[in-house]
Design a protein around this ligand. Structure first.
Ligand code: HPA
Ligand code: ZN
Length: 337
């Protein structure tokens, strides 16, 4: 491994944009399908991987929702989460704020409790095994309607002490943030943190809406904010954290190649960008793979890497004292390296 890759893997970091269903590896898809007696439309792992050629977000979502169909039991969700944590334990990852999509499961008859209990069990085990802390973020599927989002929030009620916040994902264009203004207000009234995918494929106007109508605490992706100078000014002034996902952007054709990725420009503009994997099993890399690929493509300096690592903790929903410990560990690491 190169010196840069070694430095990156050892750097303490958090992952703030990870869809746990997007960590389902093809091998695991076959294993879960076998034990749950579910037929898959693929004959082999190679055939599944060959299907992972996407030209936009919807191409990916179609196959991602299909893959999630093998997840049936609490054990499946626990195993899924643990397999993810085992991978990022080797990436210098100390904290994860993971998304889950309850509607993808409840709409096929899997109770909310099966999903949440399984994921929470995996998260607790990851803390014991790998000393990785984690928090759960419930995402509403934006291609479904407001009432379905409210029903999901009601189903989550018994779990709200173990869910840090709500998010908004799935097909962006045609489903602006404003569609979910009332359910986000209800979530805020319950003390939940708020995040939303915006400006991945959708226009900068959707980012404005996420700020002004949803009142998000953090922005997922946000790439297209760069098309709007006033918006960049607003994001910088507010110290808004952006959860950027380089390999996802490449695979979903948000950027033409990694050399054209806006991450370095975001940092130069003073935006609080972070690096994340999004759906690592589908996009060709886990947390450190994203860091290494984008660092090589853009020639990021060590000082920029330390800034990205610090942004991942200062933009997290950890308590300030916990975040401060991680920030100090980054300084200590960078000085010793
Ligand atoms: N964008 C929107 N919805 C998603 C994504 C994404 O990158 N990954 C999983 N659901
Ligand atoms: Zn995402």
């Amino acid at each position: 491994m190169s010196q840069t890759a070694d430095f990156i893997r050892g750097l303490p970091k958090a992952e703030l944009h990870l869809h746990i269903e997007g960590s389902l590896e093809p091998e695991q898809m076959f294993e879960f399908a076998r034990r749950n007696r579910i037929a898959l439309p693929f004959a082999s792992v190679e055939e599944v991987r060959a299907a992972y050629a996407f030209s936009n977000l919807q191409d990916f979502l179609d196959i991602y929702y299909q893959g999630a169909g093998v997840l049936q039991t609490e054990t499946d969700f626990r195993d899924l989460a643990l397999a993810y944590f085992a991978r990022v334990a080797a990436d210098g990852c100390r904290h994860v704020e993971l998304f889950f999509d309850p509607q993808t499961h409840t709409d096929r008859g899997i109770p909310f409790a099966v999903v949440a209990d399984g994921l929470l069990a995996g998260m607790a085990e990851a803390q014991r095994r790998y000393e990785i802390s984690s928090k759960l973020i419930l995402c509403f599927l934006r291609h479904l309607d407001e009432e379905a989002a409210f029903a999901t929030l009601r189903a989550a009620e018994p779990y709200l002490d173990r869910i840090v916040g709500v998010g908004l994902d799935s097909s962006e264009v045609g489903h602006p943030p404003a569609k979910f203004e009332r359910v986000f207000r209800a979530a805020r009234e319950r003390g939940l943190k708020l995040v939303a995918h915006a400006g991945e494929e959708g226009p900068s106007a959707y980012v404005w809406e996420a700020l002004d109508r949803l009142h998000v605490d953090r922005l997922d992706h946000g790439n297209r904010s760069l098309e709007d100078e006033a918006l960049v000014g607003r994001l910088v002034a507010e110290g808004m954290t952006l959860t950027v996902c380089p390999l996802s952007n490449l695979k979903l054709c948000v950027v033409k190649d990694l050399e054209a990725h806006p991450l370095k420009r975001m940092l130069q503009l003073g935006l609080r960008a972070t690096v994340n994997s999004d759906d690592p099993a589908y996009f060709g890399g886990y947390l450190a793979d994203n860091w290494i690929a984008v660092t090589k493509a853009l020639g990021l300096a060590r000082a920029e890497l330390a800034t990205l690592a610090k942004n991942s903790f200062s933009g997290s929903f950890l308590e300030p004292a916990e975040a401060a410990e991680h920030l100090a560990s980054i300084d200590a690491y960078a000085q010793a390296a």
